[in-house]
Design a protein around this ligand. Sequence first.
Ligand SMILES: Cc1ncc(COP(=O)(O)O)c(C=O)c1O
Length: 459
Amino acid sequence: MTPSFYDFPDTFPDRQLLTADGVLTKGQMRYFNPKSDHILNRFDGLEGYLRRRLEAGVFSHRMQVVGDPGTRATVRDLAGREFTGINLSTVDYMGLSDHPKIKNAARRTLDTSRLHSVNTGPLLGNSPESGALETWMARHMGHEFGMLFPTGWAASFSGVAALARPGDHVLIDEYAHQSLKQGANAACDSVIKFRHLDNSEVANRLVALRKADPDAGVLVVTEGLYSMDGDAPDIRELLQICKDHRAALLVDICHDLGCTGPRGTGTLGLQGILGDPDLIVVGAFSKAFATNGGFLTTSNLGVIFAAYCFAGPYTYSTSLSPMQISIAQTGLEIAAGPEGAARRAKLEANIAATRGRAAEHGILAYGAPSPIVSLHVGSEKIARLACARAFRNGLVTTILEYPVVSRGKARFRLSMSPEHDEAVLIAAVDIIAESIDWARAYQAEIDAGADALSLEPAE
Ligand SMILES: Cc1ncc(COP(=O)(O)O)c(C=O)c1O
């Protein structure tokens, strides 16, 4: 076994360890001291907090995946403890990450190309294959021009940062991904959040902005599918609102590309607005196409040049490797063809089975059916206990809690794939339901101040 930072035995649930300072009750930022005059000392409190959570067995971040994660996985925490179970934490929405055709394409590329791309985009980092993928991606989105980025983060950040300039305004959904928010903050001072999916607030704000600052540019930013709540905006309506007020609209389709819509064109395809000239699209290959990488599409060549000039992660970062390009291209083609349609149908059935079983247990599934199934827990304490329990009962999964989602809305986030069997998904939801019930009962005993907790540890 590889050495870990810490070496704690697995004593979960240990009441003394679980009730130590902050283990169940506080978030990590409470222990970060930004005021210390020595930058390295700012983390002293945080280190102790993370150590306490790890010792108590309720720290599931930064785990390592041991071996090849498939529908089952083995993970190792920072204390070296290993857990094996049904894997619902790997983001592989179309189940393509072990696809023989894609692996063969990667092998062929490996045999005929260098491992690495030679440079950044502006300095010979492009090839006929990367150019073909840019064009394919653009056509798929109904646009004329495409541009590749080293990651999805780079594409999303750059799309916003390249378009808005100082003096402009960015109107952004409050739940938009950090890459988009940081791109907006890098671009201009006026970054205005609007309520999640609230098109009428966008319309009102655009009226006010146009009145107060008629000459400034305005960029509205949203996503095709939100990965925390699994919900989607009415983009068709939002686009019309943007047109009415001469605002540009950028949509990040990271989570819906491949998984929904005709030929896997996602929410834009479903809503019939592919190729609209006022849309700028960004997205990633990492969620459904088995490789890192991001893209931007547009029908405005000026946008491509803006990204050359102002998008640091394109201009100053080494381009995708030949193998990543070949993986993305093959995966996209599969998703757009008949096999993609069959995979989407199986994915849909799996999503329905998972949400249906959750409903039978009385557990709320957030949003609409999508490859992200978020199951409500509520209290952060209960979520941490329940997640630790689920790991020990044979489920590899993740929880989300504040500040990634609102306070008191902690949840299990399950990543769906067509590779799972429905029976396995039902077993996974049963583990979650049992873990939540167990965590509530355990917490009630802690709250009651019982001396010896009677509840059994996980088998
Ligand atoms: C909406 C959105 N944009 C961009 C990214 C970053 O993508 P990548 O992990 O491919 O860099 C993510 C990642 O989860 C995301 O959810």
